[in-house]
Design a protein around this ligand. Structure first.
Ligand SMILES: Nc1nc2c(ncn2[C@@H]2O[C@H](COP(=O)(O)OP(=O)(O)O)[C@@H](O)[C@H]2O)c(=O)[nH]1
Ligand SMILES: [Mg+2]
Length: 292
C-alpha cells in the first residue's frame, strides 16, 4: 500500500560494457555531473551513486565498472533492480558477449528485474528504434527495452519512470534533497582522476593515486587540497611538466570541472608527491582510502 511516506524506493545498478554511456546516464538521471564521463572505456572504477526523487518514487542509481572488468554479483545483490545499458550500434554483439550473458544469468538467479537501455541511440535512425527494441526485448528476456541518448536527455525520463515501477513500495530510503550517497571528497577525487586521464598519457594517469587531503566548504566557495601520489620518482617530473605547465593545466581543468559540477567557486591546490610502489603496499592503499 502506498501512503504519504511509502513510495517505490530502492537501489538500481547501472551495468553494461565499457563506454556504453553508464556514467552519462547516471548524471542525466541524477540531474548533475556526479560521475566523470570519458571517451575512453574503463574510467569508472569505484561505484558512484546518484539519487533521484520524484512524485512517482525515488531511486539510488549505482554507476559501476564495465562488465568486462568486474564481477557485479555482489552489487546486484545489494540492489533492487538493474538497468543493462548496451550500445545501440552493436547491441546483439554485446548481448551475446560472455560478461553480459553472465550478468543476465545473475539477475535471473537473484530474481532481480532488469530493463535494457540502448544508449547512443542518436546514431540509430528513428525508424530502426522500435524494431530493434522489440528484437532485443525477446533476446534479453528483460522487463523492457528503451532507447536513450543520455547527453541529450532523450528517453531518460521514460526509462526512469519504468525503473521506478519495478521498485518495492516502502518507506522512503533517502531524505529530500540528497542527490548522492558518495562524499564530496570521493567525488572530487574521481573528477581529478578523470582530468588526469584527459591531460596525461593513460599509463601515467593510472599510476597516480589521488588523495583529497583537505575539503573545506564556506558559504561562497569550496577549497580543496589534492595530493597526486606518483609511484615512481620519474613520473613526478612528467606530471609537473616543463616550467610547471602540465600541472598548471591539470589545476585549471580540475577547477573548471569542479565549478561545473558544484555550480560555485572552487579554489584548488595540487601537490605532486612520490610514494614509491603505492599500488603494491596494502598499508598505503588503506591509508589512501582504497578498501579491497
Ligand atoms: N553520441 C553519443 N555519445 C554518448 C552517448 N552516451 C555517452 N556518450 C559518449 O560516450 C563516451 C562514454 O560515455 P561514458 O558515460 O563515460 O560511458 P561509460 O564508460 O559506460 O561510463 C563519452 O564520450 C560520452 O560523451 C550517446 O547516447 N550518444
Ligand atoms: Mg563510466
Amino acid at each position: 500500500m502506498t501512503g504519504p511516506d511509502r513510495i517505490p524506493s530502492g537501489y538500481v545498478l547501472i551495468a553494461g560494457p565499457g563506454n556504453t554511456g553508464k556514467s552519462s546516464l547516471l548524471n542525466r538521471l541524477a540531474g548533475s555531473p556526479l560521475s566523470p564521463v570519458h571517451s575512453e572505456p574503463g574510467t569508472t572504477i569505484f561505484p558512484v551513486t546518484g539519487v533521484c526523487t520524484s512524485p512517482e518514487g525515488q531511486a539510488c542509481f549505482v554507476d559501476s565498472r564495465p562488465l568486462e572488468h568486474s564481477q557485479p554479483e555482489e552489487w546486484l545483490r545489494a540492489c533492487d533492480a538493474a538497468v543493462l545499458l548496451l550500445d545501440a550500434r552493436r547491441p546483439v554483439e554485446q548481448l551475446e558477449s560472455p560478461p553480459v550473458r553472465d550478468f543476465l544469468n545473475s539477475t535471473v538467479l537473484q530474481g532481480k528485474p532488469v530493463l535494457t537501455a540502448l544508449g547512443h541511440s542518436d546514431h540509430l535512425p528513428r525508424r530502426f528504434r522500435i524494431p530493434l527494441a522489440l528484437q532485443l526485448e525477446m533476446e534479453a528476456r528483460c522487463a523492457g527495452v528503451f532507447t536513450v541518448c543520455p547527453p541529450l536527455g532523450d528517453g531518460v525520463e521514460t526509462l526512469k519512470k519504468a525503473v521506478l515501477k519495478l521498485l518495492p513500495v516502502r518507506e522512503r530510503l533517502f531524505p529530500e534533497g540528497v542527490n548522492t550517497l558518495n562524499s564530496c571528497r570521493f567525488l572530487a577525487a574521481e573528477l581529478v582522476r578523470s582530468v588526469l586521464l584527459g591531460v596525461l598519457a593513460r599509463e601515467t594517469a593510472e599510476s597516480l593515486a589521488v588523495q583529497v587531503e583537505e575539503y573545506t566548504r564556506t558559504k561562497d566557495r569550496v577549497y580543496i587540497r589534492v595530493n597526486l601520489l606518483a609511484a615512481r620518482a620519474e613520473d613526478r617530473g612528467i606530471v609537473i611538466g616543463r616550467k610547471g605547465q602540465t600541472l598548471a593545466r591539470i589545476r585549471k581543468d580540475v577547477e573548471t570541472a569542479l565549478q561545473e559540477a558544484w555550480r560555485g567557486s572552487v579554489q584548488t591546490e595540487i601537490w605532486v608527491k612520490v610514494r614509491e610502489g603505492w599500488a603494491e603496499r596494502p598499508s598505503v592503499l588503506s591509508e589512501l582510502g582504497y578498501d579491497f
